[in-house]
Design a protein around this ligand. Structure first.
Ligand SMILES: *[C@@H]1O[C@H](CO)[C@@H](O)[C@H](O)[C@H]1NC(C)=O
Ligand SMILES: *[C@@H]1O[C@H](CO)[C@@H](O)[C@H](O)[C@H]1NC(C)=O
Ligand SMILES: *[C@@H]1O[C@H](CO)[C@@H](O)[C@H](O)[C@H]1NC(C)=O
Length: 449
């Protein structure tokens, strides 16, 4: 939920109105030198071209600047260490090496992973590096508690098909289920599911999404709670089934719906503004615990075009189930300056290695685990901006990122920033041009208002 609200929070948090940031949307594609459209509708390179890169709004599909999603992998993830988690500013697309990508600050506690949310941050997102194109996906987890605090377990595709479990911190006996087709908000898609023997905060419950080409079921603790039939979702206007039908990542997130800078509808939905001195916080943060995620892959649809076995690739901007092929066209970026069109760009550390000649954005901000919910706020995005001559592989960058220990972006929120939701902002790094440190600051989000 709330890509947009989060984005507004980020916008409020950061310092300088941007001139360089380029926004994108379906019908308004990114330019050639900044070709990848992120989940937040901002153009960039590097991490913008990986998970969340929306082919519909990116530069020319024929040149294919976006990555292609690594295919589904059957797995049981115990999530009892961060060894298999890489922060978004490090991951370059090699899913054979790493199964989870993070934004924010995941923390290991006993045998579980905690999604944390401290004051001034947009929480934590964990996203799978492998995609699922139909399958059964389950998470054993607890939720956080308190006004304005939302825990989520969702499936989300790069073209914004989405299947949700969402937990509002003021109702610890209910899971809200939802689905979206290509990011279009339809409020009647939401349904409340009762959690038997309640208390989502203290008890580990198992939530499952059973997603087949023609039927989608939501389960809680083994009980089927809701069914959606594909045949019931035909939409004449959009000329497609409004049914999630594109390869999707597993996402787990904790995010602040109740920030004063968010739309009123969002804050109300989440039970009010967040109390940052809440008894529900510990060690200075809200948290939700994820103890296990399982993925059981179903066969790809029988009609699918199979040209290989490694990745899912879109063949048409319509982005429906019949426009995806399975190919071997895996992309691993050489650097955060590279794109799917030129994956090796910047891979070498030689001093004469090519570097961008102008500012480009390389790592998207925010917490897309919020998903697509749109409470009417204008679209905006905050993304870090790397300067042209800094190298992500410089010693300063490496050292500082290591200190980040799997953490990501802790953007500071400016409570007085309401109204800046529609402005695209960046941390003013263009001013500190040429400094690798600027990139580090951006990536780790040490941006203080
Ligand atoms: C779900 O429950 C919440 C209260 O927890 C309520 O505000 C909302 O309207 C309900 N949604 C539906 C679709 O019934
Ligand atoms: C059908 O699709 C259109 C265009 O995406 C959307 O505005 C509308 O809300 C959809 N209708 C329903 C009933 O979902
Ligand atoms: C797409 O969905 C339609 C409707 O269910 C189905 O007939 C068709 O076989 C599907 N195509 C692919 C490639 O999955």
């Amino acid at each position: 939920m709330l890509r947009r609200a989060l984005v507004a929070a980020l916008a409020a948090a950061l310092l300088t109105p941007v001139s360089a940031t380029i926004s994108c949307d379906v019908g308004s594609q990114c330019p050639e030198d900044s070709p990848c459209c992120s989940a937040y509708n901002v153009c960039g390179v590097g991490a913008f071209c990986l998970g969340g890169c929306d082919v519909r709004a990116s530069h020319d599909l024929k040149k294919y600047p976006c990555h292609r999603g690594p295919v589904c992998k059957d797995a049981t993830y115990k999530l009892n260490s961060l060894d298999d988690v890489q922060s978004i500013d490090k991951y370059l697309g090699d899913a054979s090496d790493i199964n989870w990508q993070s934004q924010g600050k995941p923390v290991i506690y006993e045998d579980s992973l905690l999604l944390t949310m401290a004051e001034g941050t947009v929480g934590t997102l964990l996203a799978s590096t492998h995609y699922v194109w139909y399958g059964k996906i389950c998470a054993k987890m607890t939720t956080s508690q308190g006004k304005g605090v939302v825990t989520a377990f969702i499936m989300m595709s790069d073209v914004k098909d989405e299947i949700d479990f969402e937990f509002i911190g003021v109702d610890i006996d209910t899971a809200q289920s939802n689905f979206y087709s290509q990011g279009v908000t339809v409020y009647t898609n939401s349904a409340n599911l009762t959690v038997e023997n309640g208390n989502t905060v203290e008890k580990l419950h198992e939530y499952c999404i059973d997603w087949k080409p023609d039927q989608l079921d939501w389960y809680i603790d083994g009980d089927k709670k809701r069914t959606l039939m594909r045949k019931d979702t035909w939409n004449k206007t959009s000329d497609r089934f409004d049914y999630p039908q594109t390869p999707s990542r597993v996402m787990l997130s904790l995010w602040p719906a109740g920030l004063p800078s968010n739309a009123k509808g969002t804050i109300d939905w989440a039970g009010g503004e967040i109390d940052w001195n809440s008894p529900y916080m510990q060690n200075g943060y809200y948290y939700a615990r994820v103890s296990e995620v399982t993925v059981e892959c179903y066969d790809p649809p029988p009609m699918v075009q199979k040209k290989g076995s490694k990745v899912y690739k879109y063949t048409d901007l319509k982005a429906t189930n019949n426009t995806i092929e399975i190919s071997d066209d895996l992309i691993i970026l050489g650097s955060l300056y590279a794109t799917g069109e030129d994956p090796d760009f910047g891979a070498t550390t030689a001093s004469n290695a090519p570097k961008p000649t102008k500012s480009v954005e390389t790592v998207p901000g925010g917490n897309p685990g919020g998903g697509n919910r749109d409470e009417g706020q204008s679209s905006a995005a905050a993304a870090v901006q790397a300067t042209a001559s800094g190298g992500a592989d410089s010693p300063a960058a490496t050292g500082a990122s290591d200190n980040g220990a799997g953490g990501g972006q802790d953007f500071v929120q400016n409570a007085g920033g309401e109204g800046s939701g529609s402005s695209l902002v960046e941390p003013g790094l263009g001013r500190i041009s040429g400094s690798a440190l600027a990139i580090v600051v951006a990536v780790l989000g040490l941006v203080v208002v």
